[in-house]
Design a protein around this ligand. Structure first.
Ligand code: NAD
Length: 325
């Protein structure tokens, strides 16, 4: 098993969390940051890592195997492409590209070079989402019929990214992870109330190849702080509520059914409700460990293909949002 050496690029609000985890895992070898002040502050805190403002300098290090990119979204595609061309594995924060065509280019490059390209979809490493996946894949919920997400609160009001790109990317990544199907229809409606051209409130509808449907309510103009995903199966229903402290997953043994004596009429069945115990491991640490494992052990590209579906969905939904204006 190789001793994977990793560079952290971008030491802003999110990059500092990645640095902390890569350091704890003993992987941090380079720090790259454009701001002199930030770079110097981090150089003092992590004296064992080499520090640079030049991305080219770290890419030229033959001993460096992988880079983690936490720079602003518009830079992701170009920086990820440069790293893959230099033969480095890449973990790039979400979304890895702003257009499906750009993401397809990265996927092709990663496949051609045999390098990992992992999008930073943090929620996929949340023990609650892992439990939902287990419930779906084991067939415990029965066939999944629909999924809907609520991600809203009176939160940070962004000027550079709308609610779809800022919030929706999280729900899309989980929906894609759970369903693993191609999207055949996508529609979005929303409105920019505060900053021109930046939708604060967005409602999205998705339909998948098998007929499953999904919905997302995304907003930073809302009295409720909600981080919730509901999965409705043919036999049971499950809710992941990240605002809950102890009961983040609740499984409802509830479903409509047609008993043999009902002559085709639907009745409802209500059984037990339970909350499985979850690990309290930090999702970001699990995500960093997962990336290192993929580099060490090789992979089948699932994370990257799901990441491509997420960018495709964002593009389709953005087109629909603009058409509705
Ligand atoms: N997974 C999550 O939950 C999550 C949460 C927050 C942010 N993010 C993602 O993390 C990324 C960074 O977000 P942020 O809030 O930390 O942004 P930020 O603006 O605070 O930090 C970005 C940093 O990158 C540096 N930078 C820009 N271009 C560079 C380059 N070419 N080389 C070196 N350094 C460069 C900037 O100087 C800045 O310090 C975004 O893609 C965002 O979507 C993910």
């Amino acid at each position: 098993m190789t001793d994977v050496r990793v560079a952290q690029v971008g030491l802003g609000k999110w990059g500092q969390n990645l640095v902390r985890n890569l350091d704890v895992l003993g992987r941090l070898t380079w720090l790259c940051e454009a701001s002199d002040e930030r770079r110097e502050a981090f150089a003092q805190r992590f004296p064992n890592a080499r520090t640079t403002a030049s991305y080219e300098e770290l890419l030229a290090d033959p001993e460096l195997e992988a880079v983690v990119l936490a720079t602003p979204v518009p830079t992701h595609h170009a920086l990820a492409k440069q790293a893959l061309e230099a033969g480095k594995h890449v973990f790039v924060e979400k979304p890895p590209a702003m257009r499906a065509g750009e993401m397809e280019e990265l996927v092709a490059l990663s496949e051609e070079r045999g390098l990992v390209l992992m999008p930073g979809h943090l929620l996929l490493y949340h023990p609650g989402v892992r439990k939902l996946k287990e419930l779906v894949d084991s067939g415990d919920l029965g066939d999944v019929l629909c999924i809907y997400g609520n991600r809203q609160n009176l939160g940070t009001i962004r000027k550079d990214e709308n609610a779809l790109w800022s919030l929706g990317v999280h729900d899309l990544s989980v929906i894609q992870y759970l369903i693993q199907e191609e999207i055949v229809e996508a529609a979005a409606h929303g409105h920019a109330f505060l900053n021109e051209g930046v939708e604060d409130v967005v409602f999205c509808y998705l339909r998948f190849a098998s007929g499953k449907i999904a919905h997302m309510h995304l907003s930073w103009l809302d009295p409720h702080k909600m981080r919730r995903l509901t999965v409705v199966g043919r036999d049971k229903m499950a809710v992941f509520d990240d605002m809950e402290l102890d009961h983040k997953i609740t499984v409802y043994d509830k479903a409509p059914e047609q008993p043999s004596d009902s002559y085709g009429e639907w009745r409802t069945r209500t059984g037990d409700t339970f909350s499985p115990k979850l690990s309290n491991a930090e999702p970001l640490k699990l995500e960093c460990q997962h990336f290192v494992r993929l580099v060490q052990e090789g992979w089948d590209g699932r994370e990257m293909r799901d990441g491509l579906e997420v960018v495709r969905a964002l593009e389709l939904l953005t087109g629909s949002l603009r058409d509705g204006d």
